[in-house]
Design a protein around this ligand. Sequence first.
Ligand code: AMP
Length: 199
Amino acid sequence: MTETATARLLIIGPPGAGKGTQASRIAERYGVPAISTGDIFRANITGGTELGKQVQAIIEQGELVPDTLTNEIVADRLQQEDAARGFLLDGYPRTVEQVHALDGMLSGASLDAVVLLDADVDAVVARLLKRAEIEGRADDTEEVIRHRQDVYAAQTAPLVELFSERGILVSVDGLGTVEEVAERIASGLDAKLNAPVGQ
Ligand code: AMP
């Protein structure tokens, strides 16, 4: 990439598909910050901030934080200096409403590519149950894990079609080792970012 090139990227996929791990690799490769709304919320809960108090119960139940609040946080984060030449969003947008809000934040500029990390529900539930043993996240109980999959299917999965229609979707099989998946993403993204618009 040249000095002036931008990379406005998203990674999307069901909870447990490994987005966070891949997000930091993509961000490093393209020299942009990885911005995870889930991480921002969790940091606020840990820090006991006003925002943290507002979202804690919602997150523990596996529900989505209201769009208005989430959009404000992202708008604020995207205005920071390090995001001027691009970013990799992880876990946002999650609703059609958030897609429209993001379009507005980019004021005419468009996203360059969206990575869909594809994985079937049984595989991701198994992975999250394992993570629960290791990390003990409050929203990693089996009941909440299943609910988060349902929320993804109902609210977020429809966005994939929307990004596909825009010609910016890069669909990657999320099953495999971290290295294997990272390679698939890198070659898919390079091809998309170097392709003529609309291909
Ligand atoms: P994640 O780490 O991306 O799985 O997010 C953890 C939780 O944070 C989600 O289950 C939601 O409760 C909340 N959250 C994260 N991102 C968003 C978003 N874009 N919109 C609404 N809620 C979100």
